[in-house]
Design a protein. Structure first.
Length: 86
């Protein structure tokens, strides 16, 4: 257990940040999976909307829970898959 007031505070702050980051990471994964399912279904309108939503989620998390380059790569791959729908 923490021996100092500042140590106790850091434990609380770290726990809060951990919860927020876990939630954000989960939201990104969920949005990405929804986009991939929409792409697999072949419905261009639904896929476009899902990819746009996933892109927004990923960009909001860029620099916070994942590196910016990884976010850009994920968005690029989703967009490329969505563009293949005829």
């Amino acid at each position: 257990m923490a021996n100092h007031k500042s140590s106790e505070k850091r434990i609380l702050v770290t726990a809060k940040k951990n919860a927020v980051n876990t939630s954000r990471r989960s939201a990104v994964k969920t949005a990405t999976k929804k986009a991939l399912v929409a792409i697999e279904s072949g419905d261009k309108a639904a896929a476009t909307a899902a990819v746009r939503s996933a892109e927004s989620r990923i960009m909001k998390s860029a620099g916070k829970i994942m590196p910016k380059q990884r976010a850009a790569r994920k968005i690029s791959r989703l967009a490329k898959k969505a563009a293949k729908i005829a």
